[in-house]
Design a protein around this ligand. Structure first.
Ligand code: NAD
Ligand code: DAU
Length: 333
C-alpha cells in the first residue's frame, strides 16, 4: 500500500509509522506533518533509516499541498492523525482546534474524493461521546462532546460520515481511549507527572483527582488501528481501548511508586473547566477483527515511566516551551 500518514511526527502517529514499516515492509509510508509544537522530527529517527519512508512538511488545511503530496507519491490510502490534541490548550485558545480538526479533515476528504483513493482512516477519540458515569460507550452511542477539543474531533467525525453518506467515500473511523507510552508530549498527564517527579517538581492533580480514564498502551492502540485499516468494514466506526479504567489519583500514585518519589509531591489544584468525569469504551467490535490489547497496564506504565527516566534529552527541551511555562506559573509548580 502507498500510505499517507498525516500527523505522523506526533506521539501516536510516529508509533504507527514504525509499526507499519515493520509489519508491512513493502509499503511506501509518507508522513505529512505541519510540525506544530507537538510534531517532532526526532520521533521519526527510526523510520528515517527505512528507504520506504518519506517525510513532507505541510498543513492538512492547505489543499494545494495535500494534492501535491498525494500526486507526487501516488498515494492510495490516508490515515489521519493530524490534530490539535490537548484539552487544556483547547480551553485556552479553541480556534486552531476547529481549523485543523474539522476543516483539515474535510480538506483530506476532498483529496480522497478527487483522487479516488482506496481508504481513509480517521483517528478519533473516546471524548466525542462525552462522559459516562458507569459502563462503557458503544460505537452506536450518540456524540456528546464537552470541550472545544472534543467538539472539534466530533466535527471531524461527522464530516467523515457525511462524505460516506453523500459521496460513498471508502472511510473508516477509529475512536481510541487515552494512550500512553514513550514520546508523548510532556503536557499530558503521564509524561507531565513522570517528568515533574524526575525533576523534583510537584504534580498538579486537578480537582478531587477522581476523574477516570480508560488507558491503552500506544503499541496496543496502533495494532488496533492497523487491524481497522486492514480489515475494518468501510463506513464503520471502531472503538479501541485498553479496558484499564483508573482514576487520576491511581495513576499519580503509580508513577511516584515506580520512581520511588514521595507522595508529598502531589499538589491538589483547581479543576479543569468542564472536566469530563469518566471515559470508558466497549471494544467488542474491534475484537471481531482479531485484535486485543497485549500489554498489562502495570507493565506498560513501568516501561513508559522508565523511558522518560532514561531519555531526558528527548523531553527536557520541550518543557521550556511557552505553554508549559504558562502552565507552571498558573499552578505554581
Ligand atoms: P500529538 O499532539 O502528539 O501529535 C499531533 C501531530 O499532528 C503533530 O505531529 C503535529 O505537528 C501534527 N499536526 C497538527 N496540526 C497539523 C496540521 N494542521 N497539519 C498537519 N499536521 C498537523 O497527538 P497524538 O496524541 O499523537 O494524537 C494523534 C491523533 O490521535 C489525534 O487525532 C488525536 O485526536 C487522536 N487521539 C489521541 C489520543 C491520546 O491519548 N493521545 C487518544 C485518542 C485519540
Ligand atoms: O480520551 C482520549 C483523549 O485523551 C485524547 O483524545 C486527547 O488527545 C488526549 O489529550 C487525552 O485527553 P485527556 O484530557 O483525557 O488527557 P490529559 O493527559 O490531558 O488528562 C488526563 C486526566 O488527567 C484528565 O482527567 C485531566 C487530568 N490532569 C491532567 C493534567 C495535564 C491533571 O489532573 N493534571 C494535569 O496537570
Amino acid at each position: 500500500m502507498r500510505l499517507l500518514i498525516t500527523g505522523g511526527a506526533g506521539f501516536i502517529g510516529s508509533h504507527f509509522t514504525d509499526m507499519r514499516l515493520k509489519r508491512h515492509p513493502r509499503d511506501l509510508v509518507v508522513v505529512f506533518d505541519k510540525l506544530t509544537y507537538a510534531g517532532n522530527p526526532a520521533n521519526l529517527s527510526q523510520a528515517k533509516k527505512n528507504p520506504n519512508f518519506k517525510f513532507v512538511q505541510g498543513d492538512i488545511c492547505d489543499r494545494a499541498a495535500v494534492d501535491r503530496v498525494v500526486k507526487k507519491y501516488r498515494i492510495e490510502s490516508v490515515v489521519n492523525f493530524a490534530a490539535e490534541t490537548h484539552v487544556d490548550r483547547s480551553i485556552l485558545s479553541p480556534e486552531d482546534f476547529a481549523k485543523t480538526d474539522v476543516l483539515g479533515t474535510q480538506t483530506l476528504l476532498e483529496a480522497v474524493r478527487k483522487f479516488k483513493l482506496r481508504k481513509f482512516l480517521q483517528i478519533s477519540t473516546d471524548e466525542v461521546y462525552g462522559s459516562i458515569e458507569r459502563g462503557a460507550f458503544k460505537e452506536t452511542d450518540p456524540l456528546k462532546p464537552s470541550s472545544p477539543y472534543s467538539a472539534s474531533k466530533a466535527g471531524g467525525d461527522l464530516q467523515v460520515l457525511a462524505y460516506r453518506h453523500t459521496y460513498g467515500l471508502p472511510v473508516l473511523i477509529a475512536r481510541s481511549s487515552n494512550n500512553f507510552g514513550p514520546r508523548q508530549y510532556p503536557e499530558k498527564l503521564i509524561p507531565l507527572f513522570a517528568t515533574n517527579a524526575l525533576e523534583g517538581k510537584s504534580l498538579p492533580l486537578y480537582g478531587d483527582g477522581l476523574n477516570t480514564r480508560d488507558w491503552v498502551y500506544v503499541e496496543d492502540n496502533c495494532a488496533g488501528l492497523d487491524a481497522v485499516l486492514e480489515k475494518g468494514a468501510l463506513g464503520e466506526v471502531y472503538n479501541i481501548g485498553g479496558g484499564n479504567t483508573r482514576t487520576n489519583r491511581e495513576i499519580t500514585y503509580g508513577i511516584l511508586k515506580i520512581l520511588h518519589k514521595p507522595e508529598s509531591l502531589i499538589k491538589r489544584v483547581s479543576d479543569r473547566l468542564g472536566h469530563d468525569r469518566r471515559y470508558a469504551l466497549a471494544t467488542t467490535k474491534a475484537r471481531t477483527l482479531g485484535w486485543k490489547p497485549q500489554w498489562t497496564f502495570a507493565k506498560a506504565l513501568q516501561h513508559t515511566v522508565a523511558w522518560y527516566r532514561d531519555n531526558p534529552a528527548w523531553w527536557q527541551p520541550l518543557k521550556s516551551g511557552e505553554y508549559l511555562q504558562y502552565y507552571r506559573k498558573q499552578y505554581k509548580v
